[in-house]
Design a protein around this ligand. Structure first.
Ligand code: NAD
Ligand code: AKB
Length: 316
């Protein structure tokens, strides 16, 4: 991989992954693209930043040709909560966009494509504890429907066209750099901001809602490890479960109280509760461990300590 294009580079994960990729491959060799073109992130703004709309194939082609792209990290998507508000947009961005990316990767003989999936591929009929790698995939959100179809499409391109497409099912990602973009797990980030700013938070899921989560350093490590794993070692390609930690909203609040003892929380579940209830509480990631050596580093308290430290600095 000599010239990597990150699509959706200004989002929660893309913004940090692009910086990491630039450290490894060189600033000029990692092309950030998004349909937003303004960023406060100085490191992102210092390197190449181009406009693309994944639904508009020519906009992707222009950047691919201009920069001689040979690998794509495709982070652009409409997440679960926004996807329920705008199912048509979610379908067009997540499916139409992915199809454009895969077709262009095939046409330009790209070396590799990485496309994240999500725990949203699972649904209410899936076993919720230690959710297996191979299990029932009947999601009830449009986002989940597109993620299941996306995994299958990626695997199809591997099998049918020999394109190297890889992907992993992130759990909820927690980070301090860029705010999340409209998902169900966003409460697990917002709680830290409000803990610092107001010492209280109103949570949109119930106290006993348990979901699998991951701190950004582990998310970046998982992404880089899968990106660089030898293709011949992979039995799976686009659907790796990756676990790190699993906690309830109440346990998250308790963890914050260890550092901010007078932190208060109230629970006012909204429409996102139903989505959270349809997702796993924890996942079995033994395939990722066996095929590319996945191991997470952060647990809940280690993450809380680091998040609060970083946000204190950021928010003053
Ligand atoms: P995000 O919403 O924070 O960022 C997505 C980025 O894509 C945004 O900068 C947005 O402007 C851009 N984008 C959206 N539509 C676009 C379009 N049509 N053309 C070009 N750019 C467009 O998302 P994220 O959290 O960084 O997620 C990245 C990937 O990881 C997605 O595939 C998402 O489904 C997956 N994922 C994320 C999480 C999480 O908790 N963050 C969990 C599971 C899976
Ligand atoms: C969301 O909540 O939609 C995302 C995800 C788990 O895919 N964070």
């Amino acid at each position: 991989m000599k010239k990597i294009m990150v699509i959706g580079a200004l989002g929660q994960i893309g913004s940090e992954l692009t910086v990491l990729l630039r450290q490894k491959y060189g600033v000029e060799n990692v092309i950030a693209t998004d349909w937003k073109t303004k960023t406060d992130n100085k490191v992102l703004a210092e390197g190449p930043l181009e406009y693309t709309d994944v639904m508009d194939k020519p906009s992707l082609r222009i950047v691919i040709e201009k920069h001689q792209i040979d690998a794509i990290i495709h982070m652009a998507a409409i997440l679960s909560a926004t996807g329920e508000e705008h199912p048509n947009l979610a379908w067009n961005v997540n499916m139409g966009g992915l199809y454009n990316v895969l077709e262009l990767a095939r046409a330009y003989n790209m070396e590799r494509v990485l496309v994240p999936s999500s725990i949203a591929v699972f649904g209410p009929e899936t076993p919720r504890e230690d959710t297996p790698q191979e299990t029932i995939l009947r999601p009830t959100t449009m986002y989940g429907v597109t993620k299941v179809a996306g995994e299958l499409l990626g695997d199809y391109y591997v099998r049918r066209f020999g394109l190297d497409v890889r992907g992993l099912r992130y759990p909820g990602i927690i980070s301090s750099e860029t705010l999340p973009g409209g998902g169900t797990t966003d409460y697990a980030v917002a709680i830290y901001y409000d803990a610092i700013r107001y010492k209280k938070y109103t949570c949109f899921v119930k106290e006993d809602t348990r979901l699998p989560m991951m701190y950004m350093p582990d998310c970046l490590k998982a992404t880089m490890d899968l990106l660089h794993a030898p293709f011949d070692n992979l039995v799976h390609h686009n659907d790796f479960n990756v676990g790190a930690m699993s906690f309830t909203a109440g346990e998250l609040a308790e963890s914050i109280r260890k550092y901010i003892p007078d932190f208060q929380i109230e629970y006012k579940p909204d429409h996102r509760q139903k989505i959270a209830d349809s997702w796993p509480m924890s996942v079995d990631d033994s395939a990722a461990r066996a095929e590319w050596g996945w191991t997470p580093s952060y647990d809940l308290d280690a993450m809380t300590r680091d998040m609060l430290e970083k946000l204190e600095q950021k928010l003053g």
